[in-house]
Design a protein around this ligand. Structure first.
Ligand code: UD1
Ligand code: UDP
Length: 356
């Protein structure tokens, strides 16, 4: 069997380790296509180097652009790549523009499509990710859902056939790499081992709205511990501009994006994690850390219900209040939300059964 997997953004790279491991065990061939959506060394190559991910077979090299331009460029190239390799199945995951392009290309070229991380919904169509994931789900021939809520969401949209509850590949990755965490970034920041908070902000809904973004930064500034912010390139300039004008920003430690192993150390040692990232939200839970979600909604609802995450939205006072109610409290027992760390094996088994 020839599987083609299309990736392009940071969280899709580390999942390749879990996925490829299962592909190799079963003796299949994988063609890894990197769209080039993320291209800075610290947004792409660092993951391949640190984690030993095989080099992509093809890098389309699309770079940044408006959603339409970026997705369109990927789509044109993917047609040619599919024509050349004729895969038996094309696998996309998540909800990025690379996911959308991969899904559309597979559907147009009549290649069976598998969507991993299917069924997540924010119910907010203004989010580019919501549009991407709804389309990918409705084009997919096999839907691998990470959580029971995702399965229910699919069923409510009439998608019940070929839906498999697999658990979350990010959990596979976390379990595989958690003991290899690298605390270099923490030492460089000059903070005490565990006396700091970790924050990431990159979602368009937060970064494209200057008032909202400024509120989040004020909220982070009001917290009683140093806050380490590995800054996604889309916020770097904005952060520097804003923080220049803010008095009392001394607790913010802004650093470049870090590799996954350094991120794992930050997550496992931070007292609490504040984020608008889907991946970082789940990793906070895996690491047994409370998290504050800097959004109005989340697709990972179970985590809020479990009491391990708190939705603060973007208001500075709500962030500060959330911090007081979440941090320092006795945390409840964790339910098993994300499977057993063997999601990749379940995805591969589901693909085999589907193709049979
Ligand atoms: C994308 C995904 C988002 C995902 C995130 C993972 C979409 C619509 N969004 O968001 O769902 O959570 O990846 O990190 O696909 N940039 C660089 N260097 C890079 C990459 C990006 O400078 O290597 C800058 C560019 O100015 C670019 C901006 O970041 O315009 C946004 O990048 P883009 O890939 O469009 O979206 P993300 O915010 O990364
Ligand atoms: N991540 C990383 N370095 C960073 C920030 C994030 O390795 O500086 C990892 C993080 O551990 C998680 C993934 O990137 O595995 C999440 O990516 P991101 O927040 O960009 O996107 P999302 O998960 O929201 O799609």
């Amino acid at each position: 069997m020839i599987l083609m997997r299309v990736v392009g953004a940071r969280p899709q790279f580390m999942q390749e380790i879990a996925f490829r491991h299962e592909v190799d065990i079963r003796g299949y061939r994988e063609i890894l296509v990197h769209t080039g959506q993320h291209y800075d060394e610290k947004m792409s190559q660092i993951f391949f180097d640190d984690l030993g991910i095989p080099r992509p077979d093809i890098n389309i090299g699309v770079g940044s652009g408006s959603h339409g331009h970026q997705t369109g460029r990927m789509l044109g190239s993917l047609d040619d790549i599919i024509e050349e390799y004729r895969p038996d199945v094309l696998v996309v995951d998540g909800d990025t523009n690379s996911t959308l392009a991969g899904a559309l290309a597979a559907a147009k070229m009549h290649v069976p499509l598998v969507h991993v991380e299917a069924g997540l919904r924010s119910f907010d169509r203004r989010m580019p990710e919501e549009v991407n994931r709804v389309i990918a789900d409705h084009l997919a021939n096999l839907l691998c859902a990470p959580t029971p809520t995702a399965v229910r969401n699919l069923s409510q949209e009439g998608l019940s056939d070929h839906v498999v509850l697999t658990g979350d590949l990010m959990y596979d990755c976390f379990m595989h790499f958690r003991d290899q965490a690298d605390s270099t970034a923490i030492s460089r920041c000059g903070v005490a081992d565990t006396d700091f908070l970790l924050a990431t902000v990159h979602r368009a809904e937060n970064t494209d709205n200057p008032e909202r973004f400024a509120e989040i930064i004020s909220g982070l500034m009001s917290l009683p511990l140093p806050v380490i912010i590995p800054a996604h390139p889309r916020i770097r300039g904005q952060l520097e501009r804003i923080t220049k004008t803010l008095i009392g920003r001394d607790n913010l430690i802004i650093i470049d994006p870090v590799g996954y192993l350094q991120m794992l150390a930050l997550e496992q040692q931070a007292k609490c994690i504040l984020t608008d990232s889907g991946g970082v939200q789940r990793e906070a839970f895996f690491a047994g850390k409370p998290s504050i979600i800097l959004r109005d909604t989340t697709e990972w609802r179970e985590q809020i219900d479990s009491g391990w995450s708190y939705l603060s939205g973007a208001s500075a006072s709500a962030i500060s209040l959330a911090y007081e109610s979440v941090c320092g409290c006795d945390m409840p027992t964790q339910p098993q939300i994300y499977g057993d760390g063997k999601a990749a094996a379940k995805v591969l088994t589901a693909i085999e059964e589907f193709l049979r």
